[in-house]
Ligand binder design. Structure first.
Ligand code: AKG
Ligand code: FE2
Length: 287
């Protein structure tokens, strides 16, 4: 589709897509509220999942000592592209995204690396607590029904992907059912959040842009074509732009379009997703 055509198409579908978001998923955001907190608690998490909070920022979630320790250890490892996506980088041996699973052999590779990658990340922060382990503990303690790793029927999943990149990451949406069509039949869920804890941030660029918008599959496919993401020129301006600080944890609604601007130096974050299955159910985590 030409850019002009796509743009016209997008504009005519814009209203409908937004309506789909608000009816399928109760998260609609009258205001794109960004809230800074010292600590995560159940009330903030509930308000976030209810759509009252658009972005939750927790500065200093990971201490300076832990960040320095992890960066020193990560430096010994190569930075590589996602196996199926050029321009989205990660730290070799520090995990793989479930998004990279697209056949039986990549699935086997994903499940085989789960425990080794979790251990490698934990060791990289040693003797400090890794922000991923801290997040797992805090969510389990704060959330009434607890938090554990997601299992979509093939075993407990990986959590804690280390992303490292300088490149622009195109606007995209992370929705479990797009990575795994069977997910809807194995787990019930209301929505999905992403969290990132930043270890290295550039002076220029590296901003996290988030749109107050989530597209239905058909529109997303039309606008992204064969690419993983969508050209910014086809979208309205983002609702919020966050410049993450080193050590900060940022939680946002990953079903909404989001992107990263090009960085002046390699930007490193450890990350994961949270599956929200309603107030009366545990939270589940994966990467
Ligand atoms: O690194 C970031 O700021 C966000 C990365 C991202 O796309 C995600 O966590 O889903
Ligand atoms: Fe994402």
């Amino acid at each position: 589709m030409s850019k002009l055509l796509a743009s016209t198409f997008f504009k005519s579908r814009f209203k409908r897509s937004f309506a789909v978001l608000s009816t399928n998923f109760k998260n609609h955001f009258p205001k794109a509220e960004v809230v800074k907190v010292n600590d995560l608690d159940a009330q903030y998490l509930s308000d976030f999942f209810d759509g009252k909070i658009f972005v939750l920022r927790v500065p200093g979630f990971c201490t300076g000592g832990a960040v320095a320790q992890a960066l020193e250890n990560m430096r010994k490892h190569e930075i590589i592209d996602y196996s199926n996506t050029v321009g989205v980088g990660k730290v070799k041996n520090f995990g793989m995204a479930y998004y990279e699973v697209n056949n039986e052999s990549s699935k086997k590779f994903y499940y085989d690396q789960v425990l080794p990658s979790i251990t490698t990340l934990r060791q990289a922060f040693y003797p400090f607590l890794s922000p991923i382990d801290k997040m797992r503990l805090m969510l389990d303690e704060q959330w009434n029904k607890g938090a554990s790793r997601l299992n979509v029927g093939e075993g407990k999943m990986f959590i804690g992907l280390a992303r490292a990149l300088k490149e622009n990451v195109f606007p995209h949406e992370d929705k479990l059912e797009r990575d795994d069509r069977k997910a809807f039949s194995t787990v019930n869920y209301v929505t999905q959040a992403a969290f990132n804890c930043y270890l290295s941030t550039p002076d220029i660029g590296g901003a996290l842009q988030i749109w107050n918008l989530s597209l239905d599959d058909e529109v997303y496919k039309k606008l992204s074509g064969d690419h993983y993401g969508i050209d910014r020129s086809l979208l309205p301006p983002p609702a919020v732009t966050i410049h993450p600080e080193v050590g900060e944890l940022v939680i946002f609604h990953s079903r909404c379009l989001h992107a990263i601007t090009e960085s002046s130096k390699t930007r490193i974050a450890v990350s994961g997703f949270i599956l929200y299955q309603g107030k009366e159910n545990p939270l589940h985590l994966w990467s």
